[in-house]
Design a protein around this ligand. Structure first.
Ligand SMILES: Cc1cc2nc3c(=O)[nH]c(=O)nc-3n(C[C@H](O)[C@H](O)[C@H](O)COP(=O)(O)OP(=O)(O)OC[C@H]3O[C@@H](n4cnc5c(N)ncnc54)[C@H](O)[C@@H]3O)c2cc1C
Length: 434
């Protein structure tokens, strides 16, 4: 049996571990066009700030690779020939397969304004992008950041840490309006301002201006200009589904897969950021750009490719991240509507977070330590925990396991409820019984 894996990310790597756990002798080929192979993409934010050295981004050792006994080939897959079951590498070399996994991830949506190709216009998809940003930051004094979600703030924090002054442009009137509530947005904005970031609300970029193909500033819709040497953008991502489209696999916003992560071609599977996966919470097929689901999907796809029949059960998506230096956990469904700063989803984001059904909001805490929970009829549907993370782990479990909270529902919704105390008490009793 010959397995081909397109993509060297979390999903691709996890699929190889799963295949090898069942099939000791099959041939496995991993193909990737990132010169650095498998590394932690979420870690890039900490690499930018200088908290992580680049070698800490690589979680696997030489021994791990040897143990898994697969062939890694740095190549871009340019075609999938389904009829004859082979891939074309770099437009010339054929590679036959029996089972194929497409785990090609997603890439940043491009800026499409005049001057977007100037030197100094940057994004953060991979390690080479991060290195490029650091080299611009050495010479640059001022940056403009546009976009929303987590990546725009990671770019901001990284640039600040390197001594660059940052202007952050928002199209709307608050940060990440379809995931955070107004209070949470204001907390993040206040922290950015304390760090010295200049926020520009209701601001839309129309043009990059400069000389000799280099960024010198940006022009806004209201005619105003801001001088800068760097323009960093994070306006959303797009699944890298071109190969699948060309091969006429079923697509929607990403590659459509069934519960076994199989596409409409039974020998081709898909997992990770490129796959659009059924979500039992909402009853829809959704996109995530999250490390844990990518890894879990890769694992389940690998098991199925190697002959096991295993369903992928999507659990409530969560992310523990930092927003303007403030640790924040986002779990389940927490918001809805449109955020003008992101098209579709961003990195470290899930469509599920914005598909909030009927739920009552309860919130507690003060200043930066804050918790917001979305209370359904019998279960908690989602939560945002900012600052103090004591509630993060219990809430992840209560939401993912759909624990019946009927016994404390009224307490949670009571006026002036001490939500943290109620949850901690409920969880300790529940855990003792379970
Ligand atoms: C800056 C940043 C911050 C993030 N922060 C978080 C976070 O806080 N929390 C979180 O959970 N997630 C976060 N993520 C998202 C998370 O990293 C992704 O969800 C995860 O890496 C997806 O894994 P994947 O295997 O699907 O795709 P990827 O890791 O994107 O890997 C896909 C691979 O396929 C390769 N490829 C694509 N097309 C081809 C082709 N035709 N031929 C050969 N190779 C190809 C690419 O080069 C790439 O190496 C972040 C991502 C970034 C970039």
């Amino acid at each position: 049996m010959r397995y081909a894996i397109i993509g060297t990310g979390a999903a691709g790597f996890a699929s190889i571990e799963a295949i090898r756990s069942l099939d000791k002798s099959g041939e496995i080929f991993m193909l990737g066009d990132d010169p650095h192979g498998f590394y932690s993409r979420p870690g890039l934010a900490y690499f930018l700030t200088g908290e992580l050295a680049d070698k800490s981004l690589f979680p696997k050792t030489r021994e791990d690779y040897a143990r898994l006994n697969f062939t890694y080939q740095k190549a871009r897959v340019t075609k999938i020939n389904r009829a004859e079951k082979f891939l074309l590498l770099d437009g010339k070399t054929p590679l036959p397969y029996d089972k194929l996994l497409i785990a090609t991830g997603a890439s940043a949506l491009p800026l499409t304004i005049p001057g977007a190709n100037f030197q100094g216009v940057v994004k953060l998809d991979h390690l080479e992008d991060a290195r490029g940003i650091l080299s611009f930051a050495k010479r640059g004094k001022t940056a403009v950041v546009v976009g929303g979600g987590i990546t725009a703030l990671e770019l901001t924090e990284g640039l600040l840490a390197r001594g660059v002054k940052v202007h952050y442009l928002l199209r709307g009137d608050r940060y990440w309006s379809n995931v955070l509530d107004e209070h949470e947005s204001r907390i993040v904005e206040a922290r950015l301002q304390e760090e010295g970031v200049t926020l520009h609300f209701h601001s839309e970029l129309t043009e990059v201006i400069g000389k000799g193909g280099k960024v010198g500033g940006v022009r806004l819709l209201n005619g105003k200009t801001i001088k800068c040497d760097i323009l960093a953008y994070a306006i959303g991502i797009k699944p890298r589904a071109e190969l699948a489209q060309d091969a006429e696999l079923a697509l929607d916003r990403g590659i459509l897969v069934n519960e076994f992560l199989q596409t409409n071609d039974p020998d081709i599977y898909s997992a990770g950021d490129v796959a659009q996966v059924y979500d039992p919470i909402t009853g829809r097929s959704v996109l995530d750009s999250l490390w844990s689901p990518a890894r879990d999907q890769g694992r389940v796809a690998g098991l199925n490719m190697a002959g096991q029949r295993k369903s992928y059960i999507k659990s409530a998506p969560f992310n523990v991240t930092r927003l303007a230096g403030l640790t924040t956990t986002i779990i389940g469904a927490v918001g809805h509507g449109r955020d003008e700063d992101i098209v579709g989803i961003a990195r470290g984001d899930s469509e599920t977070w914005r598909q909030l059904p009927d739920a009552i909001v309860a919130q507690g805490g003060f200043d930066i330590n804050r918790v917001r929970i979305l209370v359904g009829e019998k279960i908690l549907i989602g939560a945002v925990v900012m600052g103090d993370q004591t509630l993060s782990a219990p809430l992840q479990k209560i939401i993912a396991q759909k624990v019946d909270i009927t016994s404390v529902r009224d307490k949670l919704l009571a006026r002036d409820a001490k939500i943290a105390d109620v949850i901690v008490d409920f969880w300790s009793k529940h855990a003792a019984v379970a």
